[in-house]
Design a protein around this ligand. Structure first.
Ligand SMILES: CC(C)(COP(=O)(O)OP(=O)(O)OC[C@H]1O[C@@H](n2cnc3c(N)ncnc32)[C@H](O)[C@@H]1OP(=O)(O)O)[C@@H](O)C(=O)NCCC(=O)NCCS
Length: 196
């Protein structure tokens, strides 16, 4: 299996409210990441909001997201693009600094997939437009529906989804996962969907 988005994606995404254009690029087999990129990922992933909603329950009790976590993430991202298991896009600002990430799951028979995303605090205004772009790309790739699961306290994330055309459909239990593997606990999430 291969990424349904093709070998490489590089597309512009405007930042809301300011005249800045980010590039949304596939983390594919040829994607290159510098030492600075790794430090930036580590810094953003330790920001309080990201830490709370993405890593507090996923790092086995470790208090900080570390360089080894970022390196494992880059390997997992590239492997996912090659296999088609999960496709991750990184958003870089006009100085090529990493500011945000979005991901979408495998294109299977159901043609619906879970998405995920994060944005650094200094990159506000990119995520809604990035999800709108992800929806367009996913539709072209053959997906019928995108699904997001959001913790009820994650108000900022719920707002992004509403702005990006997703609808709240109720709540459901779902295992907490790390690199797509359940870590043994489940949480109740709000379920949002967008038909494509
Ligand atoms: C969830 C998360 C990605 C949201 O990032 P964000 O920068 O707030 O999202 P946006 O870029 O869409 O919005 C930023 C601001 O721009 C505005 N904006 C952005 N695009 C807009 C648009 N197209 N139209 C109107 N307003 C827009 C929003 O109103 C928002 O304003 P506010 O800060 O005054 O509320 C970020 O908080 C995060 O990474 N959280 C931790 C990780 C996480 O929770 N991930 C999701 C797990 S389900």
């Amino acid at each position: 299996m291969n990424s349904p988005f093709g070998a490489h994606v590089d597309t512009p995404v405007e930042r809301f409210g300011v005249p800045q254009v980010y590039r949304m690029r596939s983390m594919d087999a040829g994607a290159m990441f510098s030492k600075d990129d790794i430090s930036v990922i580590v810094r953003i992933c330790n920001e309080p909001l990201l830490w709370r909603f993405l890593f507090r329950d996923r790092l086995g009790g470790r208090p900080r997201y570390q360089e080894q976590d970022a390196l494992a993430f880059l390997d997992w991202a590239r492997a996912g693009w090659i296999s088609g298991e999960h496709m991750i896009f990184v958003l870089r600002d006009e100085n090529e600094h990493i500011g945000a990430c979005v991901d979408v799951g495998r294109l299977d028979e159901s043609r619906e997939a879970l998405i995920g995303y994060w944005a650094g605090a200094h990159h506000r205004g990119v995520m809604t437009n990035a999800l709108v772009r992800l929806a367009q790309l996913s539709k072209e790739a053959g997906y019928l529906k995108l699904v997001a699961l959001v913790e009820p306290e994650n108000v900022r994330s719920a707002r992004v989804l509403t702005r990006a055309g997703f609808t709240w459909l109720g709540s459901e239990e779902h295992p907490i996962t790390v690199f797509d593997q359940p870590v043994g606990r489940a949480l109740r999430y709000l379920r949002y969907e967008r038909a494509l």
